[in-house]
Every structure is written in C-alpha cells, then in structure tokens.
Design a protein around this ligand. Structure first.
Ligand code: ZN
Length: 185
C-alpha cells in the first residue's frame, strides 16, 4: 500500500478527520488507498504549536494533551487520496475545492479556518485531499517511513487483523479474503 509520512501533530489530525487537506511542495498522480504514517521525529517547533489554537482544543478533545501521547514511527490510519490540486488562489480568496468524481460522487473540501491553520496553502503548493479516513486496527503499526510516497508492505489485514505477509498470498487476505491488491497493495 502507498504510504505518506507526516510529522506530528499533523498525522494525528488527519487520523482524527480534523485535517482533510495535506499541503505539500510536490504532487503525485497516485489516487487510492494511502497509509498515514506518523514520523518518528517530533521536533520542538511542532510540539510547541500543539499548545496553540486551533491545535490545542482539537487535540485536547481527542485526549492528546501531552506530547508522549502521540504515536510516533507508526502507521496510524488509512485514507483514500481522492485528489491533488495545485493551489492557485491567494489564501484569503480561496474557499476550497469542489468537484464531481467518477460515478457522480460529489466532493467538497472547504478551506475552513481550521483547515487553513492545519496546512500551508500558499499558491504554487499542492493540496492533497483525503477522504474516508479509517483508524488502523487494532492499534498503530510500527513502520520506518520515508520521504515522498513509499510502499508499506501490509503486515496485518486492516479488515480482519490477520497478521502475515498478504502480498505472498497474491494480495488476498487468507482469513477474510479481502482483495488488497485491488486496493493498491
Ligand atoms: Zn482479512
């Protein structure tokens, strides 16, 4: 499965569904399931930002008011990357994204004040939009992580929690028969 590493607290904000748009200086053509990985390194500056609004109330609500409560060096959620767009408008004129996907699915990613605060929406950067975030069961899974998009060999079936190398079974979980290859394993 493709995976993206985010520094905390942004990885957790994505896992909580509080941050639906990740901003990056680079783009990808990949669309589909993507593992959200919390970087092992949690530098001082992002630690300090957790004490500020709007970070503090959102993190407190989720029970994460101390730094050592953040998962680090682990895959914490799986989302679906549904769109990547170059940011064109100046932040004050940018209200968000709307489009119709395959099958007529309507997507809306408004650029709320919270979403602005949780990203860097400077024109020329890229907005990565995450839909259908699910938390990894039964608990976060340790992984090393990397720059850019990387491949995370699924060590556990995220549907039924069967442990083993699913790619050795042609991408199909031997327990629940979920086809992970079809989901971009
Ligand atoms: Zn399974």
């Amino acid at each position: 499965m493709k995976a993206l590493t985010l520094t905390q607290p942004w990885a957790t904000l994505v896992a909580l569904g509080e941050k639906r748009i990740e901003t990056r200086g680079w783009s990808t053509k990949y669309r589909g399931e993507i593992a959200i990985h919390a970087a092992k390194n949690f530098p001082l500056e992002p630690r300090e930002i957790c004490r500020e609004k709007p970070f503090l109330p959102v993190l407190t609500k989720a029970g994460l008011d101390l730094y050592d409560q953040f998962p680090l060096g682990k895959v914490i959620a799986v989302a679906v990357l549904v769109n990547v767009q170059k940011i064109q408008h100046a932040p004050e004129k940018h209200i968000g994204y709307q489009w119709e996907g395959l099958g007529g699915t309507k997507y809306e990613f408004p650029l709320t004040p919270q979403e602005r605060a949780f990203g860097n929406h400077t024109p020329g950067r890229y907005a990565w939009m995450f839909d259908r975030v699910t938390v990894v069961l039964p608990s976060p899974v340790p992984a090393r992580g990397a720059l850019s998009l990387w491949n995370w060999p699924l060590p556990v079936c995220l549907v039924c929690t069967w442990r083993g190398k699913i790619e050795l079974n042609n991408g199909i979980c031997p327990q629940c028969e979920h086809d992970w290859k079809a989901d971009g394993l």
